[in-house]
Design a protein around this ligand. Structure first.
Ligand code: FE2
Ligand code: FE2
Length: 165
């Protein structure tokens, strides 16, 4: 049983991040590269806030208080973060490279970009599932109510989500 307050509240941040990425893809669909770039930057800055919340506070606490959780090695969480930020860097580069292309070439390049982004979205889905199924339930289990309140209060990505609502 999950006791409130629960780290599973961070699933709301995950849903919000997915929406921000979709805003970027909608702009791409309209061939609006400046808007696609701006939306990607917004996604990236909030993703980085969220990764920092996890890597500076949540994952170290989880690491200190758990042992050999199946599918829950710290390197899996952090390795996925590295892959995700790498993908975002690649997408920024692609947007720069296709700026100024003509209509047909631009559309073909955007199709290729969507293909790469589909791989990234698959990774995000997998990563979120790992956190929803392992990281957050374990954190709920190994912390006191006061600790959970403090952990959530210190999550910058949660504050950003609340401010954006
Ligand atoms: Fe994460
Ligand atoms: Fe997360």
């Amino acid at each position: 049983m999950t006791v409130a307050p629960s780290l599973s509240l961070l699933a709301e941040v995950h849903r919000w991040l997915n929406q921000l990425f979709l805003d970027h893809q909608l702009a791409l669909l309209s061939l609006d590269l400046p808007a696609a770039s701006a939306c990607l930057e917004r996604y990236e800055s909030n993703l980085k806030l969220h990764i920092d919340d996890e890597e500076s506070a949540l994952i170290p606490l989880y690491d200190a208080r758990t042992d050999n959780v199946p599918g829950g090695a710290v390197e899996l969480f952090t390795g996925e973060h590295t892959k995700l930020t790498g993908f975002i860097g690649e997408f920024h580069q692609t947007l720069l490279a296709i700026t100024g292309k003509s209509d047909r070439d631009l559309r073909l390049d955007i199709i290729k970009l969507f293909d790469r982004e589909a791989i990234c979205k698959g990774l995000v889905e997998h990563h979120h599932a790992r956190e929803h199924n392992i990281l957050f339930p374990w954190l709920d289990k190994i912390t006191s109510e006061n600790e959970r309140t403090d952990l959530l209060a210190n999550c910058a990505s949660l504050r950003a989500w609340r401010e954006a609502k």
